[in-house]
Ligand binder design. Structure first.
Ligand code: NAI
Length: 435
């Protein structure tokens, strides 16, 4: 294992999923204490200690990276802390602080992930113009924050700072947030986030950022034409996507082929055009998600060990960790329409779920899309409390090729939020019980 960071775990553990979820958890608890506790008979006036909250996040990261370090040792994996470069098909050169080491190996797996995509003309200084990394460690709550990009990072980290007191404006180029998400959920999510205080400027592009003065001035232009406007803020978060990390790997020298957008081309066994060199994760095609990369990592290891590795790309869940969460697996309505597949829809709102009612978390719904002819579940989309955990039962069902009827006939414990999933499955054939 060759790793250039001081700690293992990559973007996800060090500056991605784990620290952002720590801040989402803490800021959600803060907002709940401020706005929701009183409704349950708990009187408190929370006070923010941002330095302590950031330390809490850092300790969560440390716990996780230490865990990976322990697992590497336990599994007797040799590790090198340095930068790796492929110098020949079976050779990796590692540049460490003490010098260079040549590693001879049967197989090389490129798992270098991705890095922040930049907007031309906007320089990230990680102080006032930050990427997701800087947004995880702001020393003060900015009075006003502008987020460029209404995708996963923009909405999650925008939520964090909005809950802690920032006036957050999200500028998104498209006419919808979270492109790729089922359109009905994207609209509902936008409505809920607006209610929480986030402002959206859709169909708008940031054309200039001026950070010379005390604050930052952004010039925003409607993509369909029209008048430019300026926005003033204290911090800008650039969250316009990520790009594969292949620079300095030596790919050109050994002749590894990449797509025009920089992703490494692999076959169904994750092998590149150069025998013995494989690639997985954000650096190849597909959604840039840690759990997708993990499945590919296991599959390539199984293949290299002579077993039959396989990843089912039709069943990769995705979750936006806003409040409420948004979780999806399989096809969206838009994708089914485009593919000309006839489908049935079953929907059930959390307002009709007993547990959500007493928990006071009734925003959102479950939507199940099943094949019109066979009843096979093709997609499940949940916006609601703990949707990220709930989506797992849909993923298991789909992995087994299950139908809406299978889900509807499965006994779900009462009172749980998951009963809304069963009810949505019943609703596919218009026989929900509690509506
Ligand atoms: P994203 O691809 O989710 O969203 C980027 C957004 O920026 C898009 O809506 C796009 O239309 C918009 N955009 C692009 N250029 C723009 C411009 N010049 N002005 C305004 N809007 C513009 O990318 P994001 O949020 O940066 O996340 C990066 C990656 O990390 C994604 O692949 C995401 O899947 C992953 N991620 C996953 C998380 C999760 O699983 N919960 C959490 C955070 C990140």
């Amino acid at each position: 294992m060759v790793e250039k960071r001081a700690t293992h775990g990559g973007t996800c553990l060090n500056v991605g999923c784990i620290p952002s979820k720590a801040l989402l958890h803490a800021s959600e608890a803060y907002a709940e204490a401020a706005h929701d506790f009183a409704g349950m008979g708990i009187k408190v006036k929370p006070e923010l200690d941002l330095a302590a909250m950031l330390a809490f996040k850092d300790s969560g990261v440390k716990g996780n990276v230490d865990g990976v370090e322990f697992l590497l040792k336990k599994n007797k994996i040799d590790t090198f802390h340095g930068t790796g470069r492929i110098t020949a098909p079976h050779t990796v050169e590692v540049t460490e602080s003490k010098g260079k080491t040549q590693l001879a190996t049967k197989a090389i797996v490129i798992a270098t992930g991705s890095e922040v995509a930049h907007v031309p003309g906007i320089d990230i200084d990680e102080k006032r113009i930050v990427s997701s990394t800087g947004a995880l460690s702001l020393p003060n709550v900015p009075k006003r924050m502008v987020v460029i990009g209404g995708g996963y990072i923009g909405l999650e980290l925008g939520s964090v700072w909005s809950r802690l007191g920032s006036e957050v404006t999200v500028v998104e180029m498209l006419h919808t947030i979270t492109p790729g998400l089922d359109g009905e959920l994207a609209k509902q999510l936008q409505r809920i986030l607006q209610k929480q205080g986030i402002t959206f400027k859709l169909g708008a592009k940031v054309v200039k950022v001026d950070a010379k003065g005390k604050g930052v001035t952004l010039t925003v232009e409607p993509v369909d034409g029209g008048k430019k406007e300026t926005l003033e803020c204290d911090v800008v978060l650039v969250a316009v996507g990520r790009v594969p990390n292949t620079e300095g790997l030596g790919l050109d020298d050994v002749g590894v082929e990449t797509h025009a957008r920089g992703r490494v081309i692999v076959d169904h066994k994750f092998q590149t055009n150069v025998p013995g060199i494989y690639a997985i994760g954000d650096v190849i095609a597909g959604p840039m998600l840690a759990h997708k990369a993990e499945e590919e990592g296991v599959a390539v290891a199984e293949d290299l060990a002579g077993q039959a590795g396989h990843v089912n790309y039709d069943v990769i869940p995705s979750v936006v960790y806003t409040a409420p969460e948004v979780a999806s697996v399989g096809k969206t309505e838009e994708q089914l329409k485009e593919a000309g597949i006839a489908y049935k829809v079953g929907k059930f709102p959390f307002t009709a779920n007993g547990r959500a009612k007493v928990n006071r978390t009734t925003e959102g719904f479950v939507k199940i899309l099943a094949d019109e002819a066979t009843d096979r579940v093709l997609g499940v989309h949940i916006i609601g409390p703990d949707a990220g955990t709930m989506i797992a039962e849909a993923a298991v069902l789909m992995e087994f090729g299950g139908s809406a009827e299978d889900l509807a006939r499965t006994c779900h414990a009462h009172p749980t939020l998951n009963e809304a999933v069963k009810e949505a499955a019943l609703a596919v054939d218009k026989r929900a019980l509690h509506m």
